[in-house]
Design a binder for this molecule. Sequence first.
Ligand code: BJ8
Length: 427
Amino acid sequence: MESQYKEMWERLNLDIPAHDALLEVLGKFYGDIYLTQQGRLKGMEYLDFVISEIHGLRIKELQEAKAKGRKVVGTFCIFVPEEIVWAADGICVGLCAGAEAGYDKVEEILPRNTCALIKSFVGFKLSKLCPFFESCDLVIGETTCDGKKKAYEIFGEYVPMYVMEVPQMKWDADRELWRSEILRLKARIEELTGRKIDYQNLLSAIKMINNRRKALWRLNELRKAVFVPISGRDALLINQISFYDDPMRFTSKVNELCDELEERVRRKEGVVPNGTVRVMLSGCPMAIPNWKLPYVIESSGAVVVFEESCVGSRNTRDLVEEDKKDLDGLIDALVDRYSKIDCACFTPNEERLEHIVAHAKAYGVDGVIYYHLNFCQPYEIEGFKVKRKLESEGIPLLTIGTDYSMEDIGQLKTRVEAFVEMLSPKA
Ligand code: BJ8
């Protein structure tokens, strides 16, 4: 891939030697974690291809679209209503980074004890390692956690930045604020793209993104089967790729994959032996290529059947209502749908506890692994209420705080193995 795209990467001003090294490490990491799995689905070949081309073909597509006048908009959070971008014929890509990169430079401008996700996206930009960043005409941030909010102020010196105000509570006044923020975004995107957002193009965008969510939810539902048809690692990867790939192509590929999965479920064919310990992962988002914990879990004798996370169910569970008669109605539908997001940045956030319990039961999990990034206060603190709730329901829980380094992998494995052992049916 290197030679084929080198010219494009040079034009994007990437640090070529460092980028080559990154792709090499990533390729090896992916090979070890993904390609060694037994009995993978045929449909995963497409996902393997997308990953192998993530800095190649997809970036080429973005560059070609830009040459025709389309604008590329990057986001970090599932609160940003991407339908607004697509309606104006923009292209929306998720930018959350899931690997350690350029931390030496990052720590010159951000405190060391900042969460890995924030350090990662700043690091990818400062070290010129991410062609997605370099393709963006606008980057949209949001006032969710304090770390992101304050980091964006500094980050805005490096990228064209726009920040949405996300309310922290869910009263009527918060809804009004959120509605006005969606309208403010609409005006900014119209200005950027030079295109007006109207009823027709917004409805088409809503349908396109709803279809992607439906396909991902269909995939989720299939994981309820007693014979688990897909590994948690593969399911996570599919969710991660949904933030980058062309939505229509991606949706049709995921639906093809689901056809294959349905067949497996019908044949009672699982990726792991029947009776393998079933685990839910709950907590902070796992941005690509953060595969550490799912790998640890699935190499410790368990299988992940559900992700209660933004790279997972929180992003796919709710649809935008389509049966609205005018533009105002569609804007209201966006407001309603996005207000259902139960991120730990909200207070109170009781509905998240209800969702965790309901999904733990529906997916027949034996236990929940609660994951927070170190220095992520919203998710770490909310973990206390999650623990209490799960205890009251008799659902076992293991809490893990970690980051993107590999230093703690041995320690994590010991803890996860002990948890899985505790959950395993005794002979
Ligand atoms: S809707 S979870 S994508 S904000 S891990 S940066 S919270 S300190 S990512 Fe998120 Fe939107 Fe919420 Fe989802 Fe801060 Fe925590 Fe870091 Fe985090």
